[in-house]
Ligand binder design. Sequence first.
Ligand code: ADP
Length: 221
Amino acid sequence: MLELDAVTAGYGRATPAVRGATLTVAPGEAVGLLGPSGCGKSTLARVAALLHRPYSGTVRLDGTTVTRWRHRAPREMRTAVGVVFQSPRLAADPRLRLADLIAEPLRATGRRDVVADRVPELAHTVGLGADLLSRRPHEVSDGQLQRACVARALVLEPRWLVCDEMTSMLDASTTAALVAVVESYRREHRAGLLAVSHDPVLLDRWCDRTARWDQVVPAAS
Ligand code: ADP
């Protein structure tokens, strides 16, 4: 299970962006998180992906309470969660060729031996032609770069996926293709998904159930 219990999180001295959020995703389950822009969804998604330390509350991953975030989190916890963000331009290192972008998590975890097999295989899965793999981010479209980011998120075969507005910048056909990739991975690996969006139609089509933001955080007292 991926469990968020009474999570309060924010930035510096400002009022917390998220107060008391509670949300659970079961293995193999696709859960949508729906809310208007600015309500705190991304902040909560980053907490769930172990990228942002909350002020208070509990995050449990497969029964283990998370006590460290970002690079301080134990590797087996970090690699259990794959993340895809809204903007591939902000998420991708502009210096890396797409092949190296996809391979980066393998290299960072000492799995160089499988790079030659896994990268072309995943590129094919996400619909990236071999000719694009030698290009750098500024030489491809947003949709092509997001395909590479999805491949990178899947390359370590995570048990959990957090997709934060993954398709908001994409056209309808790329959106459909990437949702299909995530769904087929999820079914094959029985991975749990947290899909964050402001779009109820997308989440309704994509997810087993959708939690509205006002169901996730308690009403302000
Ligand atoms: P959503 O994903 O629902 O649009 P966010 O979690 O991105 O919401 O933002 C929630 C609040 O936190 C907003 O008021 C936003 O301005 C603020 N915020 C988000 N990221 C940062 C940051 N890095 N530093 C300071 N404030 C931030």
